[in-house]
Design a binder for this molecule. Structure first.
Ligand SMILES: [Zn+2]
Length: 346
């Protein structure tokens, strides 16, 4: 390395060879002197190289191609690398299925601290495995972009997004394996309303770890017919009624419909006299699910579970602490409302 800076501990997560993720310790520029077939040498500077202790030295083919390096296969040999002016800058003979950069060992600069770059530099992506690995990376990108959505929901992506990869196989996302609980399938809800706001499900979750901004509770309103979800972050449970009146006014005006039934598990704030009186004054029928049988409020339980799982996955993937949950929650709900669901026909 000719220049380097240190990362704070556990900050930069990098996926290395075989998709093993670990934390990088430093980043910087690396100088490589490459041996050319005519006996001359060519110096290449790689920028934004990350140092993963104990890892191979890998150069990503797709990344150097992004930097205008042309990679050309040479029969029975390996690959030739050309710069944007068509000048040969490096060759990589194929050794055991990998392309090894043909280079002259640089003499270490004054400091011997970073001379542990060993003498072989591998071009990371084998041409044969390129397509499938590229697809797998793309799959992970979309999976992460959509807040760690399940594969089922991703399968339909190529039909609606031209750039999306074909989804198949199983999810090998580390954050999902770590953060999603193995759970019994929820019982399918039998009755379904057909009109927006006919039936609204609601739940308050908390107290959770205090979020940035001071929020400690998550309040959800889910429309039964469309499964559209709105989330509110509360500091105190007692804010629920005020949030509900605001939400109701907004969604009623928007849809031209009125909330008719309001379904909760009958806990916490919903038992308050004020809440009951308000529902009564609005002519809204209050429905209460049976306590301790979450299946009976399947819609909101399922949404709760899905949303909180995605929040945990996003925070884990990003290496952020739990106090960021409120931001992740907004993103998870935003994406949930835009993800295709089997619950809604069409
Ligand atoms: Zn995931």
């Amino acid at each position: 390395m000719i220049t380097y800076s240190e990362y704070p501990p556990n900050m930069k997560k990098v996926k290395g060879y075989n998709a093993v993720t670990s934390f990088a310790s430093e980043y910087g520029s690396v100088r490589l002197t490459c041996q050319l077939p005519d006996g001359n040498t060519e110096t290449i500077i790689l920028q934004e190289v990350v140092h993963l202790p104990g890892s191979f030295n890998l150069i990503s083919q797709s990344q150097i191609m992004d930097k205008d390096v042309k990679v050309e296969p040479v029969n029975h040999y390996g690959l030739n690398l050309y710069n944007r002016y068509g000048k040969l800058i490096a060759t990589t003979p194929q050794v055991d299925g990998l392309f090894v950069l043909d280079r002259v060992l640089d003499r270490a600069p004054e400091s011997t601290e970073y001379t542990d770059i060993d003498d072989s530099c591998l071009l990371a992506l084998k041409t044969t495995g390129h397509a499938s690995r590229h697809d797998a990376e793309k799959r992970m990108l979309w999976h992460s972009r959509l807040a760690h959505v399940g594969l089922k929901a991703l399968e339909i992506l190529p039909k609606v997004i031209t750039d999306a990869p074909t989804m198949s196989g199983k999810c090998d996302c580390e954050s999902c394996i770590k953060c999603k609980l193995v759970r019994k399938p929820f019982t399918a809800t039998t009755s379904r309303t057909t009109e927006p706001l006919q039936l609204v499900h609601s739940d308050i979750c908390g107290p959770l770890e205090t979020a940035i901004g001071g929020g400690r509770y998550m309040l959800l309103f889910i429309d039964d017919a469309t499964r559209h979800t709105d989330e509110y972050i509360l500091k105190y449970m007692s804010e629920a009624l005020e949030k509900f009146t605001g939400w109701k006014a907004l969604r009623e005006k928007e849809s031209g419909k009125q909330v008719k039934r309001f379904c909760t598990d009958g806990g916490g704030e919903y038992t308050s006299k004020k809440f009951a009186e308000y529902l009564k004054s609005q002519g809204i029928l209050k429905e209460t699910t049976t306590p301790y049988t979450p299946q009976s409020n399947g819609v909101v339980e399922r949404a709760n579970c899905t949303i909180m799982e995605r929040v945990r996955c996003m925070l884990d993937d990003a290496g952020l602490s739990k106090k960021y949950w409120a931001f992740a929650l907004s993103v998870a709900v935003y994406l949930k409302n835009r993800t295709l669901t089997r619950s809604v026909v069409g």
